[in-house]
Design a protein around this ligand. Structure first.
Ligand SMILES: [Zn+2]
Length: 215
């Protein structure tokens, strides 16, 4: 994702904002259905380059996936180093243990599973299956959450914790965004930095939409 410069992202976001404003006057919530349809028809049904995935996410808007967190509290940890020479390629969002983890977008649960690094994890996708959202280190899952379940933006998926390789004294959500690869191997898609996407979603839709998004 490093090939997408911030100026390019900003250009994409501002373009999306201009289009939405010309179509939908101020009182209309930014994440209403026409906006989604507009983005879908413009981009086609199948994903898709990284650029298209970015445009799509910004057009839909992305909810900050930890309850109570504001844009100003987020830090860009995408390019940080991690153990064994890995690059992080995700955001760590610090919050007290037990804080609700929220769906960044509406869509469907792809997998609910436990692994050594991520601990209790969830893979989910948007309504059109273009983007993959990965949530890790959960203390616990929302009861009843299961593979295939439909989810709405802002739904509680689980709770912040330290399962997997997270430091026990630093509860956080490890949040990764990937584009859905053409072969459907959703766990192995190209990571996209969520941080500028939150900034762009904020600029395009207004802060209230990030907190109280709708389907
Ligand atoms: Zn992380």
């Amino acid at each position: 994702m490093r090939q997408f410069s911030l100026p390019l992202l900003l250009a994409l976001g501002l373009g999306a904002c201009t289009r939405q404003l010309s179509v939908a006057p101020a009182p209309v919530p930014a994440s209403t259905a026409p906006r989604v349809v507009q983005a879908g028809s413009a981009l086609g049904r199948t994903a898709v380059s990284g650029t298209e995935a970015v445009s799509y996410i910004v057009a839909r808007g992305m909810t900050i996936p930890v309850a109570g967190k504001t844009l100003a509290q987020l830090q860009d940890t995408f390019d940080e180093g991690r153990s064994s020479g890995r690059i992080h390629r995700a955001l760590d969002i610090l919050a007290p243990r037990g804080t609700p983890v929220l769906a960044a977008d509406s869509g469907r649960v792809l997998r609910v599973s436990v692994n050594a690094l991520g601990g209790n994890t969830i893979y989910a996708t948007d309504p059109q299956g273009r983007v993959v959202y990965y949530y890790a280190h959960l203390d616990a899952y929302q009861p009843g959450l299961a593979q295939g379940a439909s989810i709405a933006r802002g739904d509680t998926l689980g709770f912040v914790g330290t399962t997997g390789n997270a430091p026990r004294d630093t509860p956080h959500l490890h949040f990764q965004v990937m584009r859905m690869p053409p072969d459907g191997k959703y766990w192995d898609g190209e990571p996209i930095n969520p941080y500028p996407l939150f900034l762009l979603s904020h600029a395009a839709a207004g802060h209230a939409d990030l907190v109280q998004g709708t389907r």
